[in-house]
Write a protein of this length. Structure first.
Length: 230
C-alpha cells in the first residue's frame, strides 16, 4: 500500500471495515439461534411449558405444547362449568376453571384427522340417535404425556346431563373427561376417580357431537364403563 495516497488508503480501510460488519450481521442470527437453542435445551419440562409460545422458535413450539399438556392432564378442570364431578360419597367436588388454572393457554384439542375419524363413527348411521347409551368394556391405558386419551365412545344427546361411571376397574382409579367432537376441544377432565365416582357432562347441546374418554394412572386393563343420559 506504499504507492497509494492517503485517500486511497482510507477507502481501502473503510471497505475492509464494511466487510467485517457485513459478516458480523450475517452471523448474528445464527449466533442468536444457537443461544436460543441452548437456552431452551436447558429448561425443565415445567419451565418449558411456561415459555411464551408466540416468540418461541418454530421448532420448539410443539415441545412447549407437549410440556403444557403434561401439566394440564395432571390435575382436574372444567371449561365454563361443562363438566362436573361427584365423589363416591355423593359430594359434588367443584372443579376449577381451565382459564383460572392456565391463563393464556389454549384448551387441548384433538388432532384434525382424529376428530374426523370420530365424526365418521356417527355419520355412518342413517340417522342420529339423540341419546348417550353405552355400557361396555374399555381398555384403560396410561395417559400420554402430550395429548388427551382418544374417546372410546362418541354420541349425540338431547338430555340435560350425561353421566360417566366405572362399574368395575382393573385398579383403584381412572381418569375421565368429555370432548366436543365438532370443535375438537376438551370440555373437562377429572383424574384419579375412584369406583363409584361420577363425571357429568352438563347441559350438552342437542346437535353437537361429544366424546367420552378414560385412562388410568393406576393399573392398566379393562374397565366396565357406562356413559348414559341422566
Amino acid at each position: 500500500m506504499s504507492n497509494l495516497n492517503n485517500q486511497d488508503k482510507i477507502w481501502i480501510v473503510m471497505i475492509m471495515l464494511l466487510s467485517v460488519l457485513t459478516l458480523l450481521l450475517l452471523l448474528t442470527p445464527s449466533l442468536a439461534f444457537a443461544n436460543d437453542q441452548q437456552d431452551y435445551n436447558s429448561l425443565s419440562q415445567q419451565e418449558l411449558a411456561y415459555q411464551d409460545i408466540d416468540v418461541a422458535p418454530e421448532e420448539w413450539k410443539d415441545e412447549i405444547l407437549d410440556a403444557r399438556n403434561s401439566i394440564i392432564y395432571s390435575t382436574s378442570w372444567t371449561v365454563d362449568g361443562q363438566v362436573a364431578y361427584e365423589l363416591p360419597d355423593g359430594t359434588i367436588e367443584e372443579l376449577p376453571e381451565f382459564s383460572d388454572l392456565f391463563p393464556d393457554w389454549d384448551v387441548p384439542r384433538l388432532k384434525e384427522d382424529v376428530r374426523k375419524q370420530q365424526l365418521a363413527k356417527l355419520t355412518a348411521y342413517d340417522f342420529q340417535i339423540l341419546a348417550a347409551n353405552y355400557v361396555g368394556f374399555v381398555y384403560l391405558f396410561e395417559p400420554s404425556d402430550s395429548s388427551a386419551t382418544l374417546p372410546f365412545y362418541t354420541f349425540f344427546t338431547s338430555a340435560s346431563r350425561v353421566t360417566m361411571t366405572a362399574d368395575s376397574l382393573p385398579g383403584t382409579s381412572y381418569n375421565g373427561g368429555f370432548t366436543n367432537i365438532d370443535t375438537g376441544a376438551d370440555l373437562g377432565y377429572v383424574n384419579n376417580v375412584k369406583q363409584g365416582g361420577k363425571i357429568y357432562l352438563t347441559n350438552p347441546k342437542r346437535n353437537t357431537a361429544y366424546g367420552a374418554r378414560a385412562s388410568t394412572y393406576s393399573t392398566t386393563g379393562y374397565a366396565q364403563m357406562s356413559v348414559v343420559d341422566g
